[in-house]
Ligand binder design. Structure first.
Ligand SMILES: Nc1ncnc2c1ncn2[C@@H]1O[C@H](COP(=O)(O)OP(=O)(O)OP(=O)(O)O)[C@@H](O)[C@H]1O
Ligand SMILES: [Mg+2]
Length: 466
């Protein structure tokens, strides 16, 4: 292994590097790995006491999904001090798993078992770690499960038509809501079903239903006098047909999964999305992101009233406390292959929702970690929200340029590889699988970027070719 010499020291004095919180609280922290530079032995912790946005970059096969898995394990390691993390504050995790590779964190590594499991087990023990269960649940949108191949205990996600906002409908039907008759029809039907009610062609009156279903919309398309008068039969037919096929999906047929089921303190939910068609995948992600943001916004508003408003009556205090207690906890969202849902190439409801989440979420206890092999294809508005960068090997100059431009810790005053002066680009080209350059804007003690080996996983890594 090459020797890497940096100046100045990563931090003054001895001890671990703990980075991620501008006030360096260190109340909650997740172990990422250890520094592999010459100098004192130091572990590298991500301080998750406050909210933040993390980006994990690197070319194919360099360890991005693995590193995201390390973060997932840390967040799901439970309260107190373990080999993976030190956690006190209740937080939930949610992985949007578009490759279906993270459910494997439910599987503990064991000494005996398949070739893959024992290989991963040996890597873990060789580095001084032991097997440890983590609190991970695997979820799949209802209707996309496949009993023949699925592991036991998959949980089914359901959504309600009324959870969708206008831009979600536009994405789902691939229409322009404001300028296209098919789009305007959807908007009118939604308004009638949810807010205004409508008169049917035989003079009956249908009252609005706030928690409407796809079936309610189909009924409106079939019987609403205004709709039947104002739109051409073929426009109605084409929307009705798609509406019927969505109405038939198990995903949309129940009462909708409460967010409090999906997001539980000290647990991580992995939502398997690989089998879901792209348009629907984006809508599911967008709807969940927007719901999480809304619910946490209200919870943190209530919390701030409790913290700051001294004029509260006993009744009000009790009500606000109950509101906070029954809401969702602070949450980390993890997304691999982020360029797919948050790339620059095309408009996407998921991307817009993710950018809003990244921009506003930290005020409401929401953090984000994204990984991508194409940093130059990631929306720059997302990149600009990132304080912490974990950069695995990058060889393409354009991707390396995006990474180095976004490093938020000072560059070293001197960097040598095997005794010879080197540049950051050379370093990024040189590092091996599982190694990464770490930089963090929320780390006053960190005097420069540092170089780490990410720790081995203690549960099964699912991101290999099979
Ligand atoms: N920190 C690590 N410790 C040990 N092995 C690692 C580490 N990181 C990565 N690996 C090894 O490298 C392989 C590839 O890692 P990973 O699946 O994370 O790559 P990736 O960057 O996500 O690739 P892709 O772009 O193809 O998704 C893993 O299967 C694992 O064997
Ligand atoms: Mg990967």
């Amino acid at each position: 292994m090459p020797t890497y010499q940096f100046e100045p020291e990563a931090i003054a004095g001895k001890g671990d590097v703990i980075a991620g919180d501008p006030s360096q609280r260190g109340v909650d922290k997740v172990l990422l790995g250890r520094l592999i530079e010459s100098g004192p032995r130091r572990r590298l912790f991500l301080d998750v006491s406050g909210e933040q946005v993390v980006a994990i970059l690197g070319k194919r096969g360099t360890g991005k999904s693995y590193t995201l898995g390390v973060l997932l394990e840390g967040l799901a390691a439970g309260t107190g001090t373990t080999q993976l993390a030190e956690l006190q504050t209740p937080r939930a995790g949610l992985v949007f798993d578009i490759m279906d590779i993270f459910w494997t964190s439910r599987i503990q590594l064991t000494e005996t078992g398949s070739v893959e499991i024992t290989k991963q087990y040996r890597a873990m023990t060789a580095a001084g770690y032991h097997s440890q269960p983590v609190a991970v649940d695997a979820w799949i949108p209802a209707g996309f499960e496949s009993p023949q191949i699925d592991p036991a205990g998959l949980r089914l996600l359901q959504m309600q038509a009324s959870d969708l906002e206008l831009d979600d409908w536009a994405a789902l039907f691939d229409v322009d809501i404001f300028n296209e008759p098919r789009g305007m029809l959807i908007a009118d039907a939604l308004m009638h079903v949810s807010r205004d009610g409508y008169t049917t062609s035989n003079g009956g009156r249908v009252q609005p239903v706030p928690n409407y279903s796809f079936a309610d919309i189909v009924q409106c398309l079939d019987t609403d006098q205004d709709v039947l008068q104002n739109y051409r039969p073929e426009t109605i037919r084409s929307i009705r047909q798609r509406m019927m096929s969505y109405a038939g999906l198990a995903l949309f047929s129940g009462a909708g999964t409460p967010l409090t089921d999906l997001l539980q303190p000290f647990r991580v939910s992995v939502l398997m999305l690989a089998r879901v068609p792209d348009a629907l995948k984006k809508v599911i992600v967008a709807v969940l992101l927007k719901r999480i943001l809304r619910v946490r916004r209200d919870a943190s508003f209530a919390q701030k009233r409790l913290d700051l408003d001294s004029s509260l009556s006993a009744d009000e205090t009790a009500r606000l406390r109950e509101f906070v207690r029954t809401s969702i906890p602070r949450t980390w969202l993890l997304m691999d292959e982020a360029h797919v849902l948050a790339g620059t190439s095309e408009g996407s409801v998921a991307r817009d929702a993710l950018i809003k989440y990244a921009k506003e979420g930290r005020n409401y206890g929401l953090s984000l970690a994204v990984a991508t092999q194409q940093p130059s294809a990631l929306d720059p508005r997302l990149m600009s929200q990132t304080e912490t960068l974990i950069v695995h090997q990058l060889t393409s100059p354009s991707d390396a340029a995006v990474a180095t431009a976004n490093l938020r810790s000072p560059a070293p005053s001197s960097l040598k590889i095997d005794g010879a002066a080197a540049s950051l680009d050379m370093l990024l080209r040189r590092i091996r699988q599982g190694e990464a350059v770490f930089s963090c804007g929320n780390a006053p003690a960190l005097q420069r970027i540092c170089l780490a080996a990410i720790r081995p996983r203690v549960t099964a890594h699912g991101g290999y070719e099979a």
